[in-house]
Design a protein around this ligand. Structure first.
Ligand code: 5GP
Length: 124
């Protein structure tokens, strides 16, 4: 079920629980600002979720309230992960879903990194 991309951060969401170590994830990358892990229901051979460690609901929330260091960190981490998973030459897609019209399911801002095959024409 989709969620609103606005409103108060809900600390019980699944990514908050992953960040607190309450449920496991298949980790790809971690630093002070960012955690990245494989999507539990991958839509491509490579499907990694990249999330800030601090609580932001959506892209707008993140872009308005995150520090410059956090914003830089998620971009740098995403590029690093794409390269480290050998996606640079074959190609890849980075997207975020925000709110109902985009079908956001988890109300913690995240990027989807997908590749490993020819992806359907966007938006599919
Ligand atoms: P959204 O629709 O919010 O952009 O994407 C949420 C993503 O989180 C979905 O692709 C979904 O498969 C993934 N997801 C949901 N629950 C879990 C979980 O418990 N673990 C992992 N690794 N991914 C999850």
């Amino acid at each position: 079920m989709s969620v609103s991309g606005t409103g108060t951060y809900e600390p019980g969401n699944i990514f908050a629980r992953i960040l607190r170590g309450e449920i496991p994830c298949n980790k790809v990358f971690e630093n002070d600002y960012v955690l990245a892990f494989h999507d539990i229901s991958p839509k491509a051979p490579v499907h990694v979720l990249i999330i800030p460690k601090k609580p932001y609901v959506s892209f707008i929330d993140f872009s308005k309230t995150a520090s410059a260091e956090e914003i830089a960190a998620i971009m740098q981490a995403t590029g690093h992960i794409a390269a480290s998973l050998d996606l640079e030459e074959s190609g890849y897609r980075v997207i975020t879903n925000a709110g109902h019209n985009a079908g956001q399911e988890v109300p913690h801002f995240h990027l989807h990194l997908m590749g490993g095959k020819a992806l359907p024409a966007f938006p599919g």
